[in-house]
Design a protein around this ligand. Structure first.
Ligand SMILES: Cc1cc2nc3c(=O)[nH]c(=O)nc-3n(C[C@H](O)[C@H](O)[C@H](O)COP(=O)(O)O)c2cc1C
Length: 283
């Protein structure tokens, strides 16, 4: 490949022997920082573009000729989309519909290598302005996870005592406390692993970003033989109960939004349960 760095910018590299000067990269750039050079029609990044570039790699991904690379998103690190791996709509629907919330786990630890693979897949989820600011806090010690469940129950007891309206709003709280006192963990379901995605509080799309990432992880987990469940009760405690926040110990300045339990599912599912029809307000 005859790669040449264009003169007045450092980030874009195009292979002039294959570039068709079709301008697709320039038209598709989400922040409009690519233009075709006046003289020879090859794409270049506008002056100052480096500071605006999202590093999203669209310019590299959209070029049919593979003529464009980017110093920070090199074409060598952007594999081609393989036709033979594409799935049909029917396959995609079954894939989405067969994801289940798993609440009963085998008493088997989850290999860190598998958790790493799940997180590697989840990092391909979209993030606002391609910020990719999510960090992952992972618990794999069942005793520590049980401790977090216990602290959540402690928070519930505190809520019960401090605010009688809370019980009206969350009628399941007394049942969860009673179950815990009988030795049953309904909070974290004796999950062997717990994943908490967090993002900087100052990132305005952070909580959405991490929810989408966790959804990716949720969807891919069964492909590694694993099951997940969103941990809403733990989330409830984390919003206000300091002992629980301290025990979780997120990175400085970070917030979470719904942790996720992870483990090998005790049960298999054989059917796709129906859901409500969508309520669409066409305008
Ligand atoms: C944000 C969120 C929080 C949830 N929290 C809990 C939880 O704390 N405990 C639990 O057992 N299930 C929890 N769930 C799972 C839901 O109950 C479940 O998604 C729903 O019943 C549908 O079942 P399915 O996920 O198998 O389709 C949560 C789900 C979401 C999306």
């Amino acid at each position: 490949m005859n790669l040449q760095c264009t003169k007045n910018m450092q980030l874009l590299i195009n292979d002039e022997s294959t570039c068709k000067k079709d301008g697709i990269c320039a038209n598709e750039c989400p922040v409009a920082i690519i233009r075709l050079k006046d003289g020879n029609g090859f794409p270049e990044m506008v002056q100052g573009g480096e500071g605006i570039c999202l590093l999203c790699g669209h310019c590299v991904a959209v070029c049919p000729q593979g003529a464009l690379s980017h110093i920070k998103v090199p074409i060598e690190e952007c594999p081609p989309i393989l036709k033979e791996v594409e799935i049909s709509e029917e396959q995609a629907i079954q894939f989405l519909r067969s994801r289940r919330s798993v609440r009963f786990f085998k008493n088997r630890p989850v290999e860190k290598e598998k958790i790493q693979r799940l997180i590697e897949a989840a990092r391909y989820a979209p993030t606002g302005s391609n910020s990719q600011s999510i960090e992952w806090t992972v618990f794999t010690d069942k005793t520590e996870i049980r401790n977090l469940a216990g602290l959540t129950v402690e928070w519930m007891k505190n809520v019960r005592e401090a605010n009688s309206q809370a019980i009206a709003d969350f009628p399941y709280i007394p049942m969860i406390i009673a179950a815990w006192e009988m030795g049953m963990d309904v909070v974290l379901r004796e999950a062997p692993a717990l994943i908490i995605a967090s993002a900087p509080q100052k990132n305005t799309s952070g909580m959405t970003d991490l929810s989408i990432s966790l959804s990716y992880l949720d969807l891919i987990a069964p492909k590694l033989g694993l099951g997940t469940c969103w941990a809403g009760l733990l989330q409830g405690g984390l919003t206000s109960w300091k002992p629980l926040k301290d025990a979780v110990g997120l990175p400085e300045g970070h917030s979470q939004h719904y942790p996720m339990m992870l483990g090998y599912s005790k049960y298999k599912y054989f059917r796709l349960p129906e859901r409500k029809l969508p309520k669409i307000n066409w305008k």
